[in-house]
Ligand binder design. Structure first.
Ligand code: CO
Ligand code: ZN
Length: 332
């Protein structure tokens, strides 16, 4: 199997910050419609695609929303002040190019400062190159959200791009869906909304799907860069099987089952103990009386930056692990 670069490149390139997922939902629907039996969209905007089978009802969730910057005010000279939608670092954001849903582009700069450590989003602004407020208001409204606008790149072993979080999770779900021809379990692939602002789409879609088992697909960090915080996940070491993050302690039997599946199929894997962060798994496992839930994570460097980097092999290992897991009989 080779990485489907075309699909991944298109996925990371489509507009869809939290709460504004229409475009990306339309794109994903188009990609998957020939591979599933039913597609529904719930009131929050989650895309729920079912592939019917007779076994357990499994919800597989990858969030399709992305982090972005929301305009809070426009000053007399046409500069835009903004707040964060999801985790935006002032240092990562400085000097980046952004793009709005209507195609208007801007650059991010800051008020003069002699102490860069004091950099905060509140003293930064977006410059869309206009002369005054009136001109700006013809292009942009308060509440509009822009996203990072950086180029997709690949080398032999890695991809580096904006928004692997979590379009690479969507990629893994879509590729798995294509490979599973006759599902043994009853599969509900959810492309969730508003994960970056607190796992909100996973919460409502899990209520709808009412799964017996949950699987989240998302990026995780890596502990392999210079002086990184101790974290036993590295690029090129395989799909990461989550043990915990701040939102969940994964179901031990499901986790063990995933390890056994990886071993039996000679799929490279590593265990992930993340001391921060959360994923859709956090919301799914607290549905109703509780749902045994786990997660496959794609090890990623520089998460929430414009150059998130992941290993092609790790991505393909994640697809393989998901396929084999979904095709297995899961007894907990
Ligand atoms: Co994120
Ligand atoms: Zn994510």
């Amino acid at each position: 199997m080779k990485l489907n670069s075309q699909l991944l490149k298109e996925l990371v390139g489509i507009y869809g910050p939290s709460g504004n997922e229409d475009k990306i939902r339309g794109y994903i629907e188009e990609q998957i419609k020939d591979y599933v039996d039913e597609i529904t969209v719930d009131s929050l905007g989650n895309l729920i695609a079912r592939k019917k089978g007779n076994g357990k009802r499994i919800m597989i969730s990858a969030h399709m929303d992305q982090i972005g910057l929301m305009v809070t005010a426009i000053d007399d000279n046409g500069f835009l002040r903004f707040t964060n939608i999801g985790g935006i670092s002032p240092f990562v954001t400085l000097s980046q190019q952004v793009i709005f849903e209507n195609g208007v582009r801007g650059v991010i700069s800051s008020e003069p400062t002699s102490d860069i450590s004091k950099l905060k989003l509140s003293n930064m602004f977006i410059d869309i190159g206009v002369n005054n407020k009136e001109e700006a208001e013809k292009l942009i409204n308060i509440g509009d959200v822009c996203i990072y606008n950086s180029e997709y790149g690949e080398s032999n072993n890695v991809v580096f791009t904006r928004y692997l979080d979590d379009r690479v999770g969507c990629y893994v779900a879509i590729e798995a869906m294509k490979q599973i021809k006759e599902p043994k379990n009853d599969l509900y692939f959810v492309f969730s909304v508003q994960e970056e602002v607190g796992l909100r789409g996973a919460k409502t879609s899990a209520y709808t799907v009412n799964p017996e088992i949950g699987i989240a697909l998302d990026v995780t960090g890596s502990g392999d860069t210079p002086n990184a915080k101790t974290f036993a996940v590295a690029l090129h070491k395989g799909a990461a099987i989550k043990v915990k993050d701040s939102s969940i302690l994964t179901h031990p039997k499901l986790r063990q089952h995933m390890v056994e599946i990886a071993k039996a199929n000679k799929i490279s894997y590593q265990m992930e103990v993340l001391e921060y962060g959360g994923t859709d798994a956090g919301a799914i496992h607290l549905t109703k009386e509780g749902v045994p839930t786990g997660a496959i994570s794609i090890p990623t460097r520089y998460i929430h930056s414009t150059i998130e980097m992941a290993s092609k092999n790790d991505i393909m290992d994640s697809v393989n692990l998901l396929v084999k897991l979904l095709e297995s009989e899961i007894i907990l």
